[in-house]
Design a binder for this molecule. Structure first.
Ligand code: MF3
Ligand code: CO
Ligand code: CO
Length: 268
């Protein structure tokens, strides 16, 4: 069952989403050669606490840190560590989730560290674009499967692959709730969207031909591509509205270019 949030809950979701965006903005200047992922984790933990929120990943099903940091062939759920130091040419996804006044805001971005091969930076940009293609389809009355359909249509021609084992998710007082949001087309997502639904769109795209992934047997968390290829991801928490969609985790610098009231379209 997909929950419809009321106006009070929506207001809290907006605040949590805004804080998640601000947290990523706060970390961004530190994403550079020589920074360890534990340093990013600790910065995130302090910022979250200072803003009266909690880090949702910490102790979530036993996850040991406050954010996920996934480098290169790591698809998701990378555990921050002093041993993982960013180097020139890496790509790294930072996934943050805050709990503010009982509600969750979940967002991630993939960054290029220093100078990255143009084939790789194109791949990262296209992954972000794919997320927006999915988000653009969202509107009350539309089917949820349009999200995956649009992502698939855009990403397939590049020869990349869409991870199927991890999906977007409903979000609110719970970190993960109904519906599951697939990033490829499937009838399983033949669900009518209604104003007041909140969920994430968070495609994980592998640069190679295989969408298969493996979970580390050592730490039980780190997910890598089966073929060793790079993987990128972007994530927003969104709200379904009568006219389209509101991106709750949009960074303030991008916010002004989107007019939600007039059209169901996103201009970047
Ligand atoms: N933030 C991830 C998501 O987008 C979930 C991370 S679960 C954790 O759904 F336990 F690894 F933190
Ligand atoms: Co996330
Ligand atoms: Co998520």
């Amino acid at each position: 069952m997909v929950k419809i949030k009321n106006s009070i809950e929506i207001d809290k979701m907006r605040k949590a989403g805004k804080l998640a965006a601000q947290l990523l903005d706060h970390l961004e200047p530190y994403v550079s050669e020589g920074t360890s992922t534990i340093y990013l984790n600790d910065l995130a933990a302090v910022y979250t606490r200072m803003n009266g929120a909690l880090s949702a990943p910490l102790n979530y099903r036993g996850f040991p840190k406050s954010i996920c940091t996934s480098i290169n062939n790591v698809v998701c759920h990378g555990i921050p560590s002093e041993k993982d130091v960013l180097k020139n040419g890496d790509i790294v996804n930072i996934d943050v989730t805050v709990i503010l006044d009982g509600f969750h805001g979940d967002s991630s971005r993939t960054y290029c560290v220093g100078e990255v091969d143009s084939k790789i930076s194109d791949f990262v940009e296209r992954t972000e674009k794919a997320m927006y293609k999915g988000i653009e389809t969202v509107k009350s009355g539309n089917y949820l499967y349009e999200v995956g359909k649009a992502i698939e249509k855009y990403i397939k021609p590049f020869g990349y692959s869409i991870v199927q084992d991890y999906t977007g998710h409903g979000i609110g007082e719970k970190f993960h709730e109904d519906p599951q949001v697939f990033h490829h087309f499937t009838k399983a997502n033949k669900i009518r969207l209604r104003a007041g639904m909140t969920f994430t769109v968070e495609p994980m795209i592998n640069m190679g031909k295989s969408f298969n992934v493996r979970t580390s047997r050592e730490d039980g968390w780190t997910v890598t591509t089966a073929d060793g290829s790079l993987s990128a991801q972007f994530e927003h928490t969104i709200l379904v509205t009568e006219n389209g969609v509101e991106i709750l985790t949009q960074s303030a610098s991008k916010q002004e270019s989107i007019d939600y009231s007039r059209r169901n379209k996103i201009i970047q």
